[in-house]
Write a protein that binds this ligand. Structure first.
Ligand SMILES: C[S@@+](CC[C@H](N)C(=O)[O-])C[C@H]1O[C@@H](n2cnc3c(N)ncnc32)[C@H](O)[C@@H]1O
Ligand SMILES: [Zn+2]
Length: 398
């Protein structure tokens, strides 16, 4: 088959796929190949797709069910093809894209991988497609929303098209709103206040989770976050969707606020969906800034993660080292305190030389505080120690 643009064949996981030859679309150094090509393909998202394979496999082992999968924004189809080929007991995958050229490429890739019996392609708006599958007994077991920017416009139709107790994956690449650079855009899209703190990537996950929980509650659907992470230009969330008003109410009980003091780095969380109660910092007395409403419960579920880790030991990935590193950090983070301290930012502000993050960690542990590293940032530390103690640990004054 020929295409109206240059392509090349790559292999990723267990599939081979024709993708746009990105170099051909880079005319000047500032050009970003994936967004210049007529069909979207981003090699840097391989790790994201590897983890999707692991998460769906972990979910399948947990529930023992056959899976009908939907990737409503599929580009060249590589993610959906990998799920079809690499995850056990996937019965059917529907991939879809609004872009005609993407759909042609995806069709070609299905044939190339001899997956015609398992994978089918549609060419329509994602919301339209998902709504057509919202009827009971037509719904999906897994939906993977991987859009340009925010997944918010697709949340309602995805929730309606999922069977009970099934898995929803969301990617959000609009970090400028979620991390507080574009404050108003975050308020508009996510219905929440972001904050430009050192731990804004964690806040981004919590704002996205909160938006999901509140969307789901309208349909009497509850949400449990099973796994989430932030890498480079995006955040990613895997959530279990369960039906019932009680589940929806439980989800809402985990919505709250994080208050941050820009004077002394103190932070604290409070529960409550509606109340934005401004407060004064108990450590330095300064007025604190608030982010929310956001999800203040766990953003990683220990047992789901353990299952992903087991699968990562079984499956073969070129990225195995990076995957293991991410999952091992996540294991520590699963039960760690909310937010993290950025040692580099604190040293900047305090005019202190920067010790190794691990040194600060051991000093805190030496004083019987919990402390763990975080995948969010190599200078980040999650701890239950107050900001004042973290400062002492940085300066080595105890
Ligand atoms: C980030 S790319 C998807 C990449 C793909 N999931 C992967 O892993 O390689 C987003 C895709 O969404 C498609 N898209 C954008 N708006 C859409 C809509 N309303 N309905 C369906 N597809 C849409 C774009 O054409 C693009 O291919
Ligand atoms: Zn303070």
């Amino acid at each position: 088959m020929s295409f109206s643009f240059p392509t090349e064949v790559i292999s990723e996981g267990m599939v081979q796929a024709a993708v746009p030859r990105l170099k051909a679309f880079v005319k000047k150094p500032s050009d970003y190949g994936p967004s210049k090509a007529p069909v979207f393909y981003n090699p840097a998202m391989k790790l994201n797709r590897d983890l999707a394979v692991l998460a769906l496999q972990a979910f399948q082992r947990f529930h023992g069910c056959e899976l009908v999968v939907c990737e409503p924004m599929a580009g060249c189809g590589i993610r959906g093809l990998r799920l079809a080929k690499e995850v056990d007991r996937v019965k059917k995958v529907i991939i879809n894209d609004i872009n005609d050229e993407a759909v042609r490429l995806a069709r070609f890739n299905i044939e190339k991988n001899q997956l015609g019996r398992k994978v089918s392609v549609k060419n329509e708006d994602a919301n339209l497609l998902l709504s057509r599958f919202a009827k009971p007994r037509k719904r999906f077991d897994y939906i993977d929303i991987d859009p340009f920017g925010s997944p918010i416009p697709f949340l309602d139709s995805a929730l309606r098209a999922l069977r009970r107790n099934r898995l929803l994956a969301l990617t959000a690449t609009d970090l400028a709103p979620l991390c507080g650079v574009h404050f108003k855009a975050c308020v508009r899209k996510y219905g929440g206040r972001p904050l430009r703190t050192g731990y804004c990537h964690e806040l981004a996950i919590r704002l996205l989770s909160s938006a999901l929980v509140r969307s789901a509650a309208k349909y009497d659907i509850g949400v449990k976050v099973l796994y989430s992470y932030s890498l480079r230009h995006y955040v990613r969330l895997y959530a279990l969707i369960s039906y019932g008003a009680k589940n929806a109410d439980n989800g809402l009980e985990n919505i709250g606020w994080i208050h941050h003091c820009f004077g002394c780095f103190h932070r604290e969380a409070t529960a409550g969906t509606f109340k934005l109660n401004r407060r004064l910092c108990p450590e330095c007395g300064k007025k604190m800034e608030t982010s929310g409403p956001l999800w203040i419960e766990r953003i990683i579920d220990e047992s789901f993660l353990a299952c992903m880790e087991r699968e990562s030991g079984i499956k073969e990935f070129k990225n195995k080292k990076s995957i293991r590193k991410l999952l091992i950090l996540a294991r520590e983070e699963a039960n760690a305190p909310i937010t993290y301290y950025r040692i580099d930012k604190m040293c900047d502000k305090l005019g202190l030389p920067m010790p190794a993050t691990k040194t600060v960690k051991s000093r805190l542990e030496g004083k019987n505080y919990k402390a763990c590293l975080t995948h969010f940032n190599s200078h980040g530390l999650k701890t239950d120690a107050p900001a004042k103690v973290v400062k002492d640990a940085i300066s080595g004054s105890f």
